[in-house]
Design a protein around this ligand. Structure first.
Ligand SMILES: *Cc1c(COP(=O)(O)O)cnc(C)c1O
Length: 421
């Protein structure tokens, strides 16, 4: 007899089997994408001639750090860009995006966000809130926005009106973030970029690529000018302990490097302190780990649909990121779901997440995360603001086996709570 390591009822196990049958054909597609991206990564390592000397710790200015340079060239190759800036001292994804924005925008420039309001933490960077201290706005950079259509689609007509021949930046956010709009696919990004360039040939098309890396075969480097992302999401492979990347056209990446360090020194300095090995290992594992996270999301979509909930995206929809939203309908279920995910974590499985008043949110938020790296959302995690439509956003999973167990445990915890809706 197989041993049951977790308390999951026969009823939920059976539904889990049903869900597996539904998703298996889609797992073949995910495996094909994973293999493609994994081999692309392997080839990039070889082309960069990575050897053990690349892992050596540099100190001080870090001049001539071969590992740092090799890692930049690997990221450029897998993202289909001319150049990249991959550093452990980007403190967060927001910091990385901020360096990119301040790196290329100048007073008087206009930035047009064409995918609605950007991710929460970027709003203060742009200067959308009451406190614009240190924001782009304070430095004289104008901001305009084209909202998504009511059905969550891209408002191409709106973009045509908002983008002017002298628009400096067209800003795209790929991931749904914590909204219910669909995530953009490579083709959507290409279409927006083509439209923007037809009106403003010299504009910079910039992409917030967070959560999107290695989910599709096509990398957006061929269709955007500049992109940025976080190493505690997909491209860190669950191993990078911190950091971010900027990638794109050579002269734009250089401008960003002047903002990160200084005009003149740019990419030439920045010691790696012994972190290079983790960043290389993380990058190498990233395509595979991303595939595992996508499988976990697809399985969750199938299982919770069988349980009668609205999910987005559905298990059979093409994905552009690793996020799964599940509309659970009430507070009790959200809490049980998050407690189930937490209980299946390798770290802090014994703690019980509770809703709390998180600064910057207008309702209580509950979060489940039991991760090796604090805040890493390539590791399985779930977040839910306690408000209509009572949706939970789940992402990550270092391997599908533990991811599936966590999703089953979440379903189990919910089974006996919140039955009244
Ligand atoms: C995570 C994320 C960010 C910001 O990254 P942090 O590391 O949380 O600062 C920005 N945009 C999107 C779409 C994200 O998912």
């Amino acid at each position: 007899m197989e041993k049951n390591f977790f308390d999951i009822s026969p009823e939920i196990r059976e539904l889990g089997e049903k869900a597996m049958k539904k998703v298996l054909p889609y797992f073949e597609e995910i495996d094909e994408i994973t293999e493609y991206n994994q081999l692309k990564m392997l080839r990039a390592f070889q082309n960069a001639r990575v050897s053990e000397s690349c892992f050596a710790a540099s100190t001080g200015y870090g001049y001539g750090d071969r590992g740092r340079e090799a890692l930049d060239s690997i990221f450029a190759e897998v993202l289909d860009t001319e150049d990249a800036l991959v550093r452990h001292n980007f403190a967060s994804g927001t910091h990385t995006l901020t360096v990119a924005l301040f790196g290329v925008l100048r007073p008087g420039d206009t930035m047009v966000s064409v995918t609605g309001v950007p991710y929460d933490t970027l709003q203060g960077v742009i200067g959308l809130g009451e406190n614009s201290n240190g924001s782009l706005k304070e430095f004289g950079i104008n901001y305009e926005q084209v909202d998504m259509l009511p059905d969550g689609g891209i408002d191409y007509e709106g973009i045509k009106c908002a983008v002017k021949p002298d628009t400096k930046m067209v800003y795209i956010q790929r991931s749904r973030g914590y909204s219910l709009r669909p995530t953009l696919l490579f083709d959507d990004i290409r279409k927006i970029s083509n439209l923007a360039k037809s009106i403003a040939p010299d504009c910079i098309v910039m992409l917030d690529n967070c959560y999107g890396e290695f989910v599709e075969k096509s990398a957006p480097g061929n269709v955007v000018d500049l992109m940025a992302g976080s190493l505690i999401k997909n491209p860190g492979g669950g191993i990078a302990p911190t950091g971010g990347y900027i990638a794109g056209k050579r002269e734009l990446v250089e401008a960003c490097s002047y903002r990160l360090t200084t005009p003149g020194t740019g990419k030439e300095i920045g010691c790696t302190l012994g972190h290079s090995r983790e960043l290389f290992m993380g990058a190498f594992n990233a395509p595979h780990v991303t595939g595992e996270a996508v499988k976990t999301a697809v399985f969750a979509a199938a299982l919770f649909e069988l349980l009668g909930y609205d999910v987005t995206p559905k298990y059979n929809e093409t994905r552009g990121d690793i996020i799964q939203a599940i509309l659970l309908g009430n507070e009790e279920r959200l809490i049980s779901f998050c407690q189930g995910i937490q209980a299946a974590s390798p770290i802090d499985s014994f703690v019980t997440p509770e809703p709390w008043d998180m600064p910057g949110y207008d309702s209580k938020v509950i979060m489940a995360a039991g991760a090796f790296t604090l805040g890493a959302s390539i590791e399985l995690s779930a977040d839910a603001p306690l408000r209509e439509p009572y949706a939970v956003w789940m992402q990550g999973g270092l391997n599908f086996h533990s991811g599936r167990a966590a999703v089953l445990l979440a379903a189990e915890k919910m089974k006996n709570s919140g039955k009244d809706s």
